[in-house]
Design a protein around this ligand. Structure first.
Ligand code: ZN
Length: 669
């Protein structure tokens, strides 16, 4: 499962003023960069481990391109040849449109939108492309017979809106396999055939309480009328790329931090060699249990969002290591968990006598690959197998340096100028906003969710559909109440007694107004975190007695906070009530609070917020350019140091990857 920016997140905070987080913008995309905080402080052995795992994360790139569509690798080669070798005028509108198209194709690892999955419509003509191709050395093109034959085959795929219009079609009532361009099934296979094939396989499972992830690592094809899986493994489909991944995993194993970690890597190699999904389950169990090492990774066929039937997993890779600064912060909170529990404004009957905080796991991404690049997740919760999760647990981590990059990149994009009431408040947010955001998230995750107790005999599910929004509100309120506490300054977590005000302002602004940009006009609020924020903000506004108000200025609405100290009291009051509801399992009270404050949207304010947001013209989607690792070797060829370097251009990186990590043939059948 992946966590998006909408889920509860936490972030590490580092002061780096000169780093350029924003890079180029095109179409609906904004390219960003992330910093690999703390890489220099790793030991040489750890740096090597991160580097080898990074190479493994890049080596499967072609796999994803082919999974996303059977023509993608050929189209990529064709477009890149035009981009680098076109001899004509590069200032025409056709060429500019061509550049934008290629950048979008790179971003999506194929010709369909990475998020919406609809096919891109080129803004340049067929004639332009045909003429451009004629200026290029044919050896650079993926020609099987003639250039004309290549154009005849690929042009409808690129230009005809009716051909392969969706990568992953989810429209109910259609044959989802026949209408999806994703290359997980042979072109002549129907949805009914595939479903029947896997149903039989499941029925024949000798251990149905521990089911493997059926169909996860294969393409299903029809041969002589018989269905058969082409398994993605060494020696099988995608074998040449998988062999490169295995090579880098073998290197990584030689510098593993401990024997367990080496065992995890070896098990992954075994699985890549055999393609056996039982071995894959064994691997994920070992991976979950390995928590001692600082360096970690995901590498493999992981998420199944791209398969219309939700079985076949796209390839992704991530190399990462523990975020020491963020971990130190959460350890401080955890060590004081009982103090926070004892001093909370909650009725003593609902408090835990023995409270242990959680040390939240924050990681630093060092390299993004496959389906995590350039568009990426900010958190990871794996494995996906239900029985493995139930019996062995899962790893849940947030990727601090990516969240940090999103936050930093948003500075100066006009959002605060538009929605924050005045310069003094903006100054406060600029100074303390990111740090207090992180801290609030830490309080939410490390203490909030773990605080309080149910009364004896109360069913944990009594709040039913309102349970998750109430639980998120409880954790958020715990964080809001304590982010203003002098204890945090005493612990060295907040710089002074005013910093928390930045969090109070942005929280209310978000809950009352700006989170509405994610809701379509006419819709209610559904998502649990959004409901929680609306609940907290609207309840406080309703009980504020002037401490906070929504005001109008030149027909624009703003949040105005008149009494921050009173707000803290209100957060504490609502926390006490929400804890009571949870502890007693008071379903009626939960329903009443949520339905009154957290679901419905004021259509006038909603329209205003959407208008103001649209006028900012912010890119709806973002993705990351990776750093580079520069390896230094001595005269014997041994690695003596590795340094991280930033600043590579987006097109340069993509062309470099296509040159250095291109391991698959253009046609994979
Ligand atoms: Zn939460």
């Amino acid at each position: 499962m992946i966590l998006s920016m909408i889920a509860c997140t936490q972030a590490s905070h580092a002061k780096q003023d000169v780093f350029q987080y924003n890079d180029e913008r095109f179409a609906d995309l904004q390219m960003l960069r992330y910093q690999v905080h703390g890489f220099d402080a790793l030991t040489l052995r750890q740096k090597k481990l991160v580097y080898f795992l990074s190479e493994a994360a890049l080596s499967g790139r072609d796999i994803l391109w082919d999974q996303n569509g059977r023509y993608n690798l050929r189209i990529r080669q064709l477009l890149e040849a035009v981009y680098t070798d076109f001899k004509g005028d590069r200032t025409t509108s056709d060429f500019r449109a061509f550049e934008t198209y290629l950048k979008r194709v790179w971003f999506s690892n194929g010709i369909h939108h990475h998020y919406g999955s609809e096919k891109f419509q080129p803004g340049f003509s067929e004639d332009f492309l045909r003429a451009a191709l004629k200026t290029i050395d044919p050896a650079k093109l993926p020609i099987q017979s003639t250039l004309d034959a290549l154009c005849a085959e690929l042009f409808p795929i690129i230009f005809d809106p009716a051909v392969m219009p969706k990568r992953t079609n989810q429209a109910d009532g259609q044959d989802l396999i026949q209408t999806s361009a994703a290359n997980y099934y042979g072109p002549d296979i129907t949805q009914a055939e595939a479903e029947d094939f896997y149903l039989r396989m499941k029925e024949a499972d000798p251990d149905p309480t521990h089911p493997i992830m059926f169909g996860m690592n294969s393409r299903l094809i029809k041969e002589n009328g018989q269905l058969r899986e082409q398994v993605w493994r060494s020696g099988g489909l995608y074998g040449p790329a998988i062999d490169r991944i295995i090579y880098w995993l073998q290197q990584a194993k030689t510098v593993a931090e401990n024997a367990k970690q080496a065992g995890v890597i070896q098990k992954l190699i075994d699985y890549y060699r055999s393609g056996d999904l039982r071995t894959f389950d064994e691997y994920t169990i070992l991976w979950v249990q390995e928590t001692e090492g600082d360096v970690d990774f995901t590498n493999g066929f992981t998420e199944s969002y791209g398969d219309p039937l939700g079985m076949k997993a796209s390839w992704e890779g991530l190399a990462n290591f523990k975020d020491q600064a963020a971990t130190a912060r959460t350890e401080k909170l955890s060590a004081n968990a009982q103090w926070f529990e004892d001093h909370s404004p909650v009725d003593p009957r609902f408090k835990k006598e023995n409270c242990r905080g959680i040390t939240a796991k924050v990681i630093v991404a060092a390299m993004l690959g496959g389906d995590l690049y350039p568009s990426t997740a900010i958190g990871i919760n794996l494995p996906n197998s239900n029985w493995v999760r139930a019996e062995h647990g899962s790893k849940s981590v947030t990727i601090g340096n990516l969240t940090d990059a999103y936050n930093k990149a948003a500075h100066g994009n006009g959002f605060q100028e538009e929605f924050v009431i005045d310069q003094a408040t903006r100054d406060l947010i600029n100074e303390y906003g990111d740090a207090c955001d992180d801290l609030h998230t830490d309080l939410h995750e490390c203490l909030g969710h773990g605080s309080g107790k149910l009364l004896p005999g109360v069913d944990a599910d009594s709040l039913k559909a309102y349970g998750s929004a109430i639980e998120e509100a409880r954790a958020d309120l715990f964080g809001l109440y304590y982010v203003a506490d002098p204890k945090l300054t005493e612990l060295g977590l907040t710089p002074n007694a005013d910093a928390y005000k930045s969090q109070y302002y942005t929280y209310l602004m978000n809950g009352l107004m700006t989170q509405l940009v994610r809701i379509e006009p006419g819709n209610n609020i559904e998502e649990a975190h959004m409901r929680n924020r609306a609940l907290v903000a609207h309840w406080v506004l309703d009980h504020a007695n002037g401490a906070v108000q929504l005001i109008q200025r030149e027909s624009k609405t703003y949040v105005q906070i008149n009494d921050y100290a009173a707000l803290r009291g209100l957060f504490g009051q609502l926390l006490a009530e929400i804890q009571r509801i949870k502890s007693e399992g008071d379903f009626e009270a939960a329903r009443n609070l949520i339905e009154t404050y957290a679901v419905k949207v004021d259509p006038t304010l909603h329209a205003e917020v959407l208008d103001r947001y649209r006028a900012l013209n912010l890119a709806p989607y973002k993705g990351f350019i990776n750093p580079e690792y520069i390896v230094q070797r001595d005269s014997k060829g041994d690695i003596t140091d590795i340094q991280v370097r930033y600043g590579e251009a987006y097109d340069h990186q993509m062309l470099r990857y296509s040159r250095d990590y291109h391991f698959l043939p253009y046609v994979n059948d």
